[in-house]
Design a protein around this ligand. Structure first.
Ligand code: 5RP
Length: 222
């Protein structure tokens, strides 16, 4: 199985997980990225079985709409049972690094509202310790240099993701070589730097379920 087939398999596994619990009133939170795109394409086959979706990015909103799935503003939604999204890295505690697609802040917001966060990923994303993938940090543009200096003080090596603006009009610093033994503590420390909008550590709110595509089939971690 190639990587795309593994992503497709976990996307279908997420559908199989949520489908029995969806009602005509359900709204599904949908993430961003290539794995989330497989999920959107699979979800579209069942669009008569639920009301609509909340999107974690403009790209996801556009793809949902292309499939004829209504997209709601999160502010108009009182309850979100499920949020389904990919990740750049995951550990055995279901803590994640996200934001490779620069959608981390909206992803974090939708995940915060959802009762159950289902992370879908191919097996290459499961790591013993987070941090091989550079940690994305969304920053208010005028604070870029200030935040970069503070990240260096945390012994990281920030690199400005040139030419990228987030859906919120901000910039991204990708931070290499961070020591992420305590993901929760580091998530909070980085969020406390003035000028940081959010960072890609999902440790304070980890996933509830990790569906991992492996050559031997989909593995479930919880
Ligand atoms: C986007 C994300 C994605 O979930 C993450 O980058 C994984 O993407 P892919 O499924 O394409 O590997 O956090 O901001």
């Amino acid at each position: 199985m190639n990587q795309d087939q593994l992503k497709q398999a976990v996307a279908q596994a997420a559908i199989d997980h949520i489908l029995p619990q969806l009602t005509a009133k359900s709204i599904v939170g949908v993430g961003t990225g290539s794995t989330a795109n497989f999920f959107i394409d699979a979800l579209a086959r069942y669009k008569m079985d639920f009301d609509g979706a909340v999107a974690s990015s403009e790209a996801t909103a556009a793809r949902l709409q292309q499939h004829g799935i209504p997209v709601y503003d999160l502010n108009s939604v009182a309850e979100l049972e499920f949020y389904v999204d990919g990740a750049d890295e995951a550990n055995a505690n279901l803590e994640l690094i996200k934001g490779g697609g620069a959608a981390l802040t909206r992803e974090k917001i939708v995940a915060a509202v959802a009762q159950t966060f289902i992370c879908i990923a191919d097996e290459s994303k499961l790591v013993p310790q987070l941090g091989e993938f550079p940690l994305p940090v969304e920053v208010i543009p005028m604070a870029r240099s200030h935040v970069a200096r503070k990240l260096v003080a945390l012994e990281g090596d920030p690199v400005y993701r040139e030419g990228v603006l987030t859906d919120n009009g901000n910039v991204i610093l990708d931070v290499y070589n961070l020591d992420i033994r305590n993901a929760r503590e580091l998530e909070e420390k980085i969020n406390n730097i003035v000028g940081v909008v959010s960072n890609g550590l999902f440790a304070a709110r980890p996933a509830n379920l990790l569906l991992l595509g492996t050559a031997a089939g989909v593995k479930t971690l919880k």
